[in-house]
Design a protein around this ligand. Structure first.
Ligand code: PLP
Length: 390
């Protein structure tokens, strides 16, 4: 590491998160860890820590991401959630990568291929999100039986994805009913994995008997997605309101609160790179957007928007104390006001400890997904103080 700006990852926390999730929700057979987007910004390196916790399948978007994971683990099955160009199927076979079949045209192309060995496929059903997947029952059944006849294809899985949480809306139930409808005439005993949904599905909905897999994304990284009703009178009022909503909409049973003790493993740090005295009236930074009201001491930090530093962040933490960001955040640097207790090379927290990931995301008017993924690859990921070269 040549620049003291880094993401610190604590892999053991991720392992413990998975153990905690499995302890509370033990009835699935396949815990599919979603590690797309460089494992939600944590870096592929952590896949073995997820596996240690009990994840037994992985899911990524692209073949590129799947191959990158193969550097760290050669055997764990990996499902690609996007469409893999037919010309790369032999690479999928060689690297034990499972593909998604989601349209009739892709199915036809696949049928024409002379595959050298068995390729695992999962069929994706579009139950209402209008993203990838089969919507029509007849078409899906044609594809299902058509693929089952192929000597070098194993229909290992069928899955769908939900657009909503199904807690404050009716769409989840509609999608679930469509999923049941699409599957109703298929002999599911011949399919190893039926998986639906994501972290929110796990915590908000009961596991249907015919489903044995769950795709875990944000929850693995420390977000239990619990919706608290609070305490006392507020709780009572909220429960009454909730019951009225349930009566009105007749949505299926949902669980809002959970007691999963999860932790985030991701913190962003930098250091004090330079210290400078500024006289009252002087201006600071681009566009001279800040003018010193008094004589002041400032520090320059080696982190900017090229690292993913958000322009919405207004303060940083040094030795547990908040210091304001002043002037405009630059591409590579940020300027803060400091006091005498701050020295050159002091560690600066952007978020992760005193400022939680959730708080930082709120400051950005965003969510944890977007915040974690916004920290660019220029920032090295350090695992238990150790840098891993990709
Ligand atoms: C198809 C699919 N499954 C699962 C997930 C994981 O979602 P979450 O992080 O909300 O658990 C995603 C995330 O975008 C997804 O696209």
């Amino acid at each position: 590491m040549y620049r003291n700006t880094y993401v610190s990852i604590k892999p053991e926390i991720l392992t413990n998160n998975i153990k905690e999730i499995k302890k509370h929700y033990p009835n699935y057979q396949y815990y599919i860890g979603v590690v797309k987007g460089n494992a939600y910004g944590h870096g592929d390196y952590i896949v073995n820590d997820l596996i240690k916790g009990g994840v037994n399948y992985l899911a990524v978007s692209s073949l590129e991401e799947a191959l990158s994971i193969r550097k760290w683990n050669e055997t764990i099955p990996i499902l690609c959630l996007e469409v893999i160009p037919i010309s790369y199927l032999e690479e999928c076979i060689r690297q034990h990568i499972t593909i998604t079949v989601e349209s009739f045209s892709y199915y036809q192309e696949l049928k024409r291929e002379k595959l050298s060995k068995k390729l695992k496929v999962h069929i994706k059903l579009d139950t209402g999100m209008n993203r990838l997947g089969f919507k029509e029952k007849e078409e899906f059944e044609t594809v299902f039986y058509g693929l089952q006849q192929e000597k070098n294809i194993e229909v290992e899985g069928i899955y769908t994805h939900f657009a909503t949480q199904g807690v404050h809306d009716i769409y989840w139930d509609r999608q679930y009913q469509k999923f049941q409808f699409l599957l109703k005439d298929i002999d599911l005993t011949s399919v190893k994995i039926i998986h639906m949904g994501r972290s929110l599905t796990l915590v908000n909905h009961d596991k249907p008997d015919f489903v044995n897999g769950i795709r875990l994304g944000i929850i693995m990284y420390g977000f239990n997605q619990s919706i608290s009703f609070g305490r006392g009178i507020k709780r009572k009022l909220r429960l009454i309101k909730r019951n009225c909503y349930l009566k009105k909409t007749q949505i299926s049973k949902t669980h809002l609160e959970n007691h999963l003790a999860l932790q985030t493993a991701f913190s962003l740090y930098t250091e004090v790179m330079s210290i400078k005295q500024v006289k009252r009236g002087e201006v600071i930074g681009y566009r001279a957007s800040y003018q010193a009201k008094d004589d002041m001491t400032i520090a320059i930090l080696p982190i900017g928007y090229a690292d993913g530093m958000s322009l919405d962040f207004k303060e940083v933490i040094i030795h547990g104390k908040k210091y304001p960001i002043i002037g405009e955040i630059c591409m590579d640097m940020t300027i803060i006001q400091i006091d005498d207790s701050v020295s050159l090379h002091d560690k600066v927290e952007i978020f992760g400890d005193t400022i939680s990931v959730k708080e930082a995301a709120l400051k950005k008017k965003s969510n944890a997904y977007q915040l974690l993924l916004s920290i660019t690859n220029r920032v090295p990921r350090i695992y238990d103080e150790k840098e891993i070269k990709y």
